[in-house]
Design a protein around this ligand. Sequence first.
Ligand SMILES: Nc1ncnc2c1ncn2[C@@H]1O[C@H](COP(=O)(O)OP(=O)(O)O)[C@@H](O)[C@H]1O
Ligand SMILES: [Mg+2]
Length: 150
Amino acid sequence: MTHTFDARTEDEMIEVGRQLARLLPARAAVILTGDLGAGKTTLSKGITAERTGLDPDEVSSPTFSLIHEYGDPPQVYHIDLYRLETDAEVWGLGLEELFDRKALVLIEWGERFEKLYGVPLWRVKISATPLSPHTSPRRVTCTSPAPSSA
Ligand SMILES: Nc1ncnc2c1ncn2[C@@H]1O[C@H](COP(=O)(O)OP(=O)(O)O)[C@@H](O)[C@H]1O
Ligand SMILES: [Mg+2]
């Protein structure tokens, strides 16, 4: 099942994130795909804000810290694999332990290592749309895991 949303601005992207948070289950592994600057972190702000009640401004990119957690106990883990290169580095993060928890695990650049995860994956893709030259529109598609792997 695929859901599609359009976002013309950063604020609209955060709102799309809030809507996604409402359709994702309490526990899910979510791969966020899109070019650098596509809006993966912006979308994660909306998802996390909706799940935890935090302000979107309290959610920041985990590019350097690799994993951020939100909520007590954590309801959202936000991960960015952009800087990682080897399977061993990804194993070292202990993702399988996070997948066991009742939480969302949001993974930017997660498709690069998806063979390692061993859990059903939700896929969120962000791409540019040809709506208007004056805005910076993005199309967001969210696909649930295939029934055979759910
Ligand atoms: N429609 C839009 N949706 C999301 N971000 C947008 C949009 N238009 C412009 N932007 C800008 O693009 C940047 C997206 O960055 P970010 O969310 O960090 O992307 P990524 O994590 O995919 O690299 C932000 O600075 C944001 O202000
Ligand atoms: Mg990012």
